[in-house]
Design a binder for this molecule. Structure first.
Ligand code: PEP
Ligand code: MN
Length: 333
């Protein structure tokens, strides 16, 4: 439920109202705009008498909102959220590319790729250290050692690092990680999400293979309910009947999410298509559609990659993609 206050309401009047709401077991999210203040009521508002509120002198209007997500909802947080990653911003007109291999394979590999992708304009480095693989016999990642190599690459290339967490017990290892990724398979690992809500690290939350946009926003809500509002949403393709690509990229998720939420949304064309030569067209389409960023898998030797080689572009191919991305950004700016 949202309560819009009249323009000239004093702080004291507002506080009295907030105390009244809190007395009814509700949390209140205050959004102070230039001209108007909006109160977002979080919790069970079913018992709140909407007519009574509408009758109060200081309230302009009250509205029940149907969406179950509150913190992530644009309705009472109209301005875009800007997530700041060590000075690099995503959202609210700020665009970033996250690039790097599917898995961290060695110190040299990750450092080399970081230097190349950074030179092409990708400020953020990705690389999996803990890998969620369909088969238990596939490469599972270098784990703690992988994170060390990411940190080493960051020290050389100056690229903040993005890497996936699979188990909340590993959180201490992520102390120097700049963005913690929650992968598609863990989008509804609610205990993990709750725990990440207690950290202040930016979280890259990927959409599940078979999850709706509303479910993605509810997962963001889990993190935000714990107090962490630094969330970047990532569309990475969903399961459909189509088999020509690994997943089907839901590009309309960009305008839909932007309408529903203030959180930044980025596109991962690598996992979406599963085919390196399809990455460029879908990356460019995503930029044209208004994505706040891209996450692209880049490997120095895709044929011998320990994971996702088929969808990884080479550093040279990445240079070409990035160059065209910046051109499209100029056109749509
Ligand atoms: C990844 O980004 O490395 C990854 C495993 O992606 P997803 O969770 O989208 O499958
Ligand atoms: Mn991958």
């Amino acid at each position: 439920m949202i309560a819009v206050l009249k323009p000239n309401v004093s702080d004291q009047q507002m506080q009295t109202l907030i105390t009244w709401f809190k007395g009814r077991g509700l949390d209140v999210h205050v959004s102070k705009g230039k001209f108007q203040t909006i109160l977002g009521l979080i919790g069970d508002t079913s018992q709140v008498d909407i007519d009574l509120l509408n009758g109060l002198e200081i309230i302009e209007s009250v509205k029940r909102i149907s969406e179950p997500f509150k913190n992530a909802n644009r309705k009472f947080h109209p301005d875009d959220t800007v997530v700041d990653i060590a000075g690099y911003k995503i959202g609210g007109g700020n665009f970033q590319i996250i690039a790097g291999p599917c898995s961290v394979e060695s110190r040299e590999q990750i450092t080399e790729i970081a230097k190349r992708t950074k030179a092409a304009g990708a400020n953020l480095l990705r690389g999996g250290a803990f890998k969620p693989r369909t088969s238990p016999y596939s490469f599972q990642g270098l784990k703690g050692e992988g994170i060390e190599y990411l940190e080493a690459a960051k020290a050389v290339a100056g690229t903040p690092i993005v890497t996936e967490i699979m188990n909340i017990n590993h959180l201490p290892m992520f102390e120097n990680v700049d963005v913690i990724q929650v992968g598609a398979r863990n989008m509804q690992n609610f205990d993990l999400l709750k725990e990440l809500g207690t950290t202040h690290k930016p979280i890259l939350l990927k959409r599940g293979l078979a999850n709706t946009i509303s479910e993605l926003l509810m997962s963001a809500e889990y993190i935000m309910a714990g107090g962490n509002e630094n969330i970047i949403l990532c569309e990475r393709g969903i399961r459909t009947f189509e088999t020509s690509t690994r997943n089907t990229l839901d590009l309309s998720a960009i305008p839909v999410i932007k309408e529903l939420s203030h959180l930044p949304v980025i596109i991962d064309p690598s996992h979406a298509t599963g085919v390196a030569r399809y990455v460029k067209p879908m990356a460019l389409a995503a930029v044209a559609a208004g994505a706040d960023g891209l996450m692209i898998e880049v490997h120095n030797d895709p044929k011998n990659a320990l994971s996702d080689g088929a969808q990884s572009v080479t550093p040279d191919e990445f240079d070409d993609i990035a160059e065209k991305v910046w051109k499209i950004r100029e056109v749509i700016a």
